[in-house]
Ligand binder design. Structure first.
Ligand code: ATP
Ligand code: K
Ligand code: MG
Length: 670
C-alpha cells in the first residue's frame, strides 16, 4: 500500500511518498519535481500537468489553471469575479450558482465544474504515483489552505473520490510543513515549548501559523491568512507596468489580446524570478502583438517600489497569527519561510523587520507541504511505523449550531467549535425532544471568513423517533469536527434511564448547572462522554435514530458517482488517443526500418519489381502520414501497417529462411 502526500498548488503540484529510507519527492513524466496544476483540452486530446502547461498558448480558451481558486465557491462571489477576469478560459453560472468552465473538446461544448477539473489533476498525480510505485494507490493525505471552508473541503474530497483516491486527512498546508519540521527534532524536550512561526507564500495566497513543539507533540496555536496575496500579485505589478509602457511605446494594448496577455504574463513571472537573484532584468518578446517585437527593462529597486503595498500587506496575517497565538514576539523561537512565492528578497527583508529576526530558510520551500502530508499519511496508515508524534491542529473559523431555527445550543456565545481551539474534536449535545427536529451548522463569525463567503454550512434532520418513546425524550447528538476540518453529526441517540427518584432529581439539577433545560436554551455541550460513562451502575438504554445530512452547495453521492464515471470515460478517451499515437508511430518507424532493410540486408531477397513496388509503397505511406494520414484513427493506422507487412513478409521470410539455413550449416561445420 502506498503512503502518499499531495500538495495541489495554484501553480505547482508536488507528490511525496514515504519509502523505507525516508520521504521521497516523485519525478513526473518530464523528470520534474513540480507538476504544473494545469488541465488543457486541445481539439482532440486532454493534456494534464506539464503537457497541459505546454499547450496553454495553443489553446488559451480551453486551458485551465489555478482551479483551486474556484473550488467550492459561488460564481457571484466578489473574489471569484476578480479572479475570473484574469483567466482566459470561459466560465458561466450553473443553475445552483456554482461555476462552470465551458470549453470545446472533440467538436462539442463541454461544461465542467471546478471539482471535475480538480479531479483531473488528482487523476494525473495518481497516475504518476502509481507508475513510480508500480502499484495502485488510494490512501493519501492532501494539503489544503487553512482558510478553506467546509464546502471547499468537501469539494476536495469529492474531487479525490472522482479520481479514485481516498484521503485519510485533508491537512492544513502550514500544519503539514510544521509536522515535517518538528517530527525529527527531538531536542525540543529540555526547553519546554518551542514556538515557531511558519509563513507560506504561494502563487495566490499567504498563510501563517504559529506552532508550539514539545517532545513528541505539536500544537498549532493559530492560523491566519490573506487568501488573495501571493506570487501572482507580484507578476501582476510587472504586467501592468509593461502593459502601460508598451501601449505608450509601441501603441499596442495587450489587454485586448488573449495570447499577448498570456505571453506577457509569463514573461513577467520569469522576470520576477530573475529579479530575485539580480539587480535588474530585461524583457524581450518577439512578435507580441500586431507583429511588433517589444523590449523593456526594470531595476529591482523600481519593482520593489511598485510592490510596496503588497509587501506591507504580508505583515497583516503575521500580526493576526501572532495575536491569536497569545504569544509575544520574544517567546517566538524562530520564523520559517516557505512557498516559492517568498523567494522575493524584499519579502524576507520585510518579514525580518516585522519579526525582528532573520526568517529561517532551512525547510525545502516548495516540497515541505507534500512531505509533511506524506508523513501524516504514514502516521495514519496501518502499514507504516513512524515515530510517535501527536499533531493537534487549531480550528480556523468558529462554528455554531442551532436547531429548529431556535437559539444556538452551546456553552459559549452560540459557538460549538470556537476558532483557535484544538481539533479534531467531538461534542455531545444533550437535549429533550418529543419528535424529529432539524439542526443547522453555520459559521458564527462572518468577519473571520474570506470576502463574501456564506455562513451556512449544512443542515441535519434528526429522526423520526420510534413511537414507543414518550414525551420529551432525552436525545444525545454527537457532533464532530473531523480530521479534515469538516463538521458532521456522527450519531443521534435516544437515552432512557431507569433509576430511582432521588437520582433523577440529582441528575436534573446537575444538568441545569451547565445549562437550563428549557426550549429556549435546550442543549448542553460536553467535550466528551465522560459524564455519561461516569454514571455507571445505571440501566441506560440507547437507541440510534436516523440523521439525514444535507450540505449547502455540496454535491450529492450520485453526482460524485456520475462525475467519477465521466472521468473514466475521459481517461478512456485519453488512452485511445495514446494508443492511436503509438500506432501512428509504429507505422512511421516501420517505414524507416524497411526502407533501410530493403536497401541493405534484404536487398538480395527481393526481385527488382518487388523492390520497386515496396519503395513506392513506403514513399506513398510516408507522404500520407504527413498529409491525409496525419490525424487518423487507430484502426486506420493498424490497417496501413498490416498492408505494408503483407508486401514485406514474403521477403522477410526468404531472408529468415536463408539465415536459418546458414546457421544450420554453421552448426554442422562446428
Ligand atoms: P498556492 O500555494 O497559492 O496554491 P503554489 O503552492 O503552487 O500556490 P508555490 O509553488 O509555492 O505556489 O509558489 C509559486 C510562486 O512562486 C509563483 O508565483 C512563482 O512565480 C513564484 N516563484 C518561484 N520561484 C521564484 C523566485 N525565484 N523568485 C520569486 N518568485 C518565485
Ligand atoms: K506547491
Ligand atoms: Mg502552496
Amino acid at each position: 500500500m502506498g503512503v502518499v502526500g499531495f500538495d495541489i498548488g495554484n501553480e505547482n503540484c508536488v507528490i511525496a511518498v514515504v519509502k523505507q529510507r525516508g520521504v521521497d519527492v516523485l519525478l513526473n513524466d518530464e523528470s520534474k519535481r513540480e507538476t504544473p496544476a494545469v488541465v488543457s483540452f486541445s481539439e482532440k486530446q486532454r493534456l494534464v500537468g506539464s503537457a497541459g502547461a505546454a499547450s496553454a498558448l495553443m489553446n488559451p480558451k480551453s486551458t485551465i489553471s489555478q482551479i483551486k481558486r474556484l473550488i467550492g465557491r459561488k460564481f457571484k462571489e466578489v473574489d471569484v469575479q476578480n479572479d475570473l477576469k484574469l483567466f482566459p478560459f470561459e466560465t458561466c453560472e450553473s443553475h445552483d450558482g456554482v461555476i462552470l468552465v465551458r470549453l470545446q473538446y472533440l467538436g462539442e461544448t463541454h461544461a465542467f465544474t471546478p471539482v471535475q477539473i480538480l479531479g483531473m489533476l488528482f487523476s494525473n498525480l495518481k497516475q504518476i504515483t502509481e507508475k513510480d510505485l508500480n502499484m495502485p494507490i488510494s490512501d493519501c493525505v492532501i494539503g489544503i489552505p487553512s482558510y478553506f471552508t467546509d464546502l471547499q473541503r468537501r469539494a476536495y474530497l469529492d474531487a479525490a473520490a472522482i479520481a479514485g483516491l481516498k484521503p485519510l486527512r485533508l491537512m492544513h498546508d502550514c500544519t503539514a510543513t510544521a509536522l515535517g519540521y518538528g517530527i525529527y527534532k527531538i531536542d525540543f524536550s529540555n526547553v519546554g515549548a518551542t514556538n515557531v512561526v511558519f509563513v507560506d507564500i504561494g502563487h495566490c495566497d499567504t498563510q501563517v501559523c504559529v506552532a508550539s513543539f514539545e517532545s513528541g507533540h505539536m500544537k498549532i496555536l493559530s492560523h491566519a491568512f490573506d487568501a488573495s496575496l501571493g506570487g501572482r500579485d507580484f507578476d501582476e505589478v510587472l504586467f501592468c507596468y509593461f502593459a502601460a509602457q508598451f501601449k505608450e511605446q509601441y501603441n499596442i494594448d495587450v489587454y485586448t489580446n488573449i495570447k499577448a496577455s498570456i505571453r506577457l504574463r509569463a514573461s513577467c513571472e520569469k522576470m520576477k524570478k530573475v529579479l530575485s537573484a539580480n539587480a535588474e532584468a530585461p524583457i524581450n518578446i518577439e512578435c507580441l502583438m500586431d507583429e511588433k517585437d517589444v523590449k523593456g527593462f526594470i531595476k529591482r529597486e523600481e519593482f520593489e517600489q511598485l510592490s510596496l503595498i503588497l509587501l506591507e500587506r504580508i505583515s497583516v496575517p503575521c500580526q493576526k497569527a501572532l495575536a491569536d497565538s497569545g504569544l509575544a514576539l520574544d517567546s517566538i523561537h524562530s520564523v520559517e519561510l516557505v512557498g516559492s512565492g517568498s523567494r522575493i528578497p524584499a519579502i524576507t527583508r520585510m518579514l525580518a523587520s516585522f519579526f525582528k529576526r532573520e526568517p529561517g530558510r532551512t525547510i525545502n520551500a516548495s516540497e515541505c507541504v507534500a512531505r509533511g502530508c506524506a508523513l501524516q499519511c504514514a502516521m495514519l496508515s496501518p502499514v507504516f511505523r513512524v515515530r510517535e508524534f501527536e499533531v493537534q491542529d487549531s480550528v480556523p473559523y468558529s462554528i455554531g449550531f442551532s436547531f429548529d431555527k431556535g437559539p444556538i445550543c452551546t456553552l459559549s456565545n452560540g459557538v460549538l467549535f470556537p476558532k483557535g481551539k484544538p481539533f479534531p474534536s467531538v461534542k455531545i449535545l444533550s437535549l429533550h425532544r418529543s419528535s424529529s427536529f432539524h439542526m443547522e451548522a453555520f459559521y458564527a463569525d462572518q468577519s473571520e471568513l474570506p470576502n463574501g463567503v456564506s455562513t451556512q454550512i449544512s443542515s441535519f434532520m434528526i429522526g423520526p423517533f420510534p413511537s414507543s418513546f414518550g414525551e420529551k425524550a432525552k436525545v444525545k447528538v454527537r457532533v464532530q469536527l473531523n480530521l479534515h476540518g469538516i463538521v458532521n453529526v456522527q450519531s443521534a441517540s435516544l437515552i432512557s434511564e431507569s433509576m430511582d427518584d432521588s437520582e433523577t432529581r440529582r441528575d436534573a439539577s446537575s444538568t441545569s448547572e451547565v445549562n437550563a433545560k428549557s426550549d429556549h436554551s435546550p442543549a448542553v455541550a460536553n467535550d466528551d462522554e465522560v459524564v455519561d460513562k461516569a454514571r455507571k451502575g445505571k440501566n441506560i438504554k440507547r437507541l440510534e435514530i436516523p440523521v439525514d445530512e444535507s450540505v449547502y452547495g455540496g454535491m450529492t453521492k450520485t453526482e460524485v458517482a456520475d462525475a467519477g464515471q465521466k472521468e473514466l470515460q475521459l481517461a478512456e478517451q485519453d488512452l485511445k488517443m495514446e494508443r492511436t499515437k503509438d500506432k501512428k508511430n509504429a507505422v512511421e518507424s516501420y517505414v524507416y526500418e524497411m526502407r533501410e532493410k530493403i536497401l541493405n540486408a534484404y536487398r538480395n531477397f527481393a526481385t527488382d519489381t518487388e523492390r520497386e513496388i515496396i519503395s513506392r509503397n513506403l514513399q506513398e505511406t510516408e507522404d500520407w502520414l504527413y498529409d491525409d494520414g496525419d490525424d487518423e484513427t487507430e484502426s486506420v493506422y493498424s490497417e496501413k501497417l498490416e498492408d505494408l507487412k503483407k508486401l514485406f513478409d514474403p521477403i522477410e521470410n526468404r531472408y529468415k529462411e536463408e539465415e536459418a539455413r546458414a546457421e544450420a550449416t554453421r552448426d554442422l561445420l562446428k
